[in-house]
Ligand binder design. Structure first.
Ligand code: GUN
Length: 288
């Protein structure tokens, strides 16, 4: 049986070290890192994500400023708020929870955030920097996934990594990070032919598609390491439960190691958001 990659334990360790760093920044530099979190509308999943992010901030001593705006908010109103926060030197990080309502163009919103405050790493300048290997702010989910892979496998050089999904939030930055680690990287997506066959050649398989339990045992190579980014809510046996893009029970006997859902990549995403916020605060204050 493969090992279960405990993302929650890793995230707790990272958070513990960030908590110490925050305490030291406050004591030695009078600097309390801060993040503004903006939630537009009433998407229930987004509310849960934002609540978890704010709670983590409190645990680590990071200041969080919440803006909850109605679903009728116009793009102009949101851009005005972002501009105010860009100018506010007491705010180190800005996060607008996605998705935003239809009347708002998410690209315009992301690119309105000052790149040095873009703790999501979604701004076009941060995305471009990552693509050319001059990393600035790295998106949290791929960063957390890479930390788990390196912790599990050490040097990733020469391994064949297959990333399922090509989103700007996960798939594309994940592929860039794995390339930087000298993996041979293949990105597969909804138009890929022979997707299962390609996945079966992966030493590292990262699933980020949003299809519940899509990856089965016959999709994976024996001894592969699996990172499941999916968080899908399904109804099963009369209960609501969270499942990944990988059929964990089906693959675990065949693989070297795999992340569970929940308790795998999810906690790492939040821990890396805290990591990016602390890094942004230090950089803005000129602390190395
Ligand atoms: N919605 C789903 N995931 C994310 C994320 O990582 N950041 C933001 N801002 N919105 C999201």
């Amino acid at each position: 049986m493969g090992s279960i990659i405990d993302g929650k334990a890793f995230a707790d360790r990272l958070s513990e070290s960030l908590k110490l760093e925050v305490a030291s920044l406050i004591a030695n530099h009078n600097l309390q890192p801060s993040i503004a979190v903006v939630l537009v509308g009433d998407d229930p999943a987004s509310h849960v994500y934002v609540r978890n992010k704010v709670r983590r901030c409190e645990q680590l001593g990071i200041e969080s400023i919440e803006h909850r705006l109605p679903s009728s908010t116009s793009q102009e109103e949101l851009l005005t708020l972002i501009e105010q926060m860009n100018q506010d030197s007491n705010i180190n990080g800005i996060l607008v929870q996605l998705p935003v309502p239809d009347q708002i163009d998410d690209k315009a919103v992301i690119d309105a955030i000052a790149p040095e405050k873009d703790v999501d790493g979604f701004h076009i300048l941060n995305a471009g920097a990552l693509a050319v290997g001059q990393n600035q702010m790295i998106p949290c989910t791929p960063l957390g996934s890479l930390m788990l892979l390196k912790d599990q496998l050490g040097n990733l050089s020469g391994m064949h990594a297959v990333v399922i999904g090509r989103s700007n939030i996960v798939g594309k930055p994940m592929a860039s990070l794995l390339l930087q680690e000298n993996c041979t990287v293949t990105t597969v997506h909804s138009r890929t032919r022979n997707i299962e066959e390609i996945c079966r050649t992966a030493d590292i398989l990262v699933a980020a598609v949003g299809i519940p339990r899509m990856v089965k045992a016959d999709w994976v190579k024996e001894g592969a390491t699996i990172i499941d980014v999916g968080i899908n809510r399904i109804e099963e046996d009369g209960k609501s439960r969270l499942v990944g893009d990988v059929d964990f029970a089906d693959v675990i006997d065949k693989v070297n190691a795999a992340t569970p859902v929940p308790g795998g990549v999810g906690p790492m995403t939040i821990a890396c958001l805290m990591y990016n916020t602390v890094a942004a605060a230090k950089k803005q204050a000129g602390i190395s």
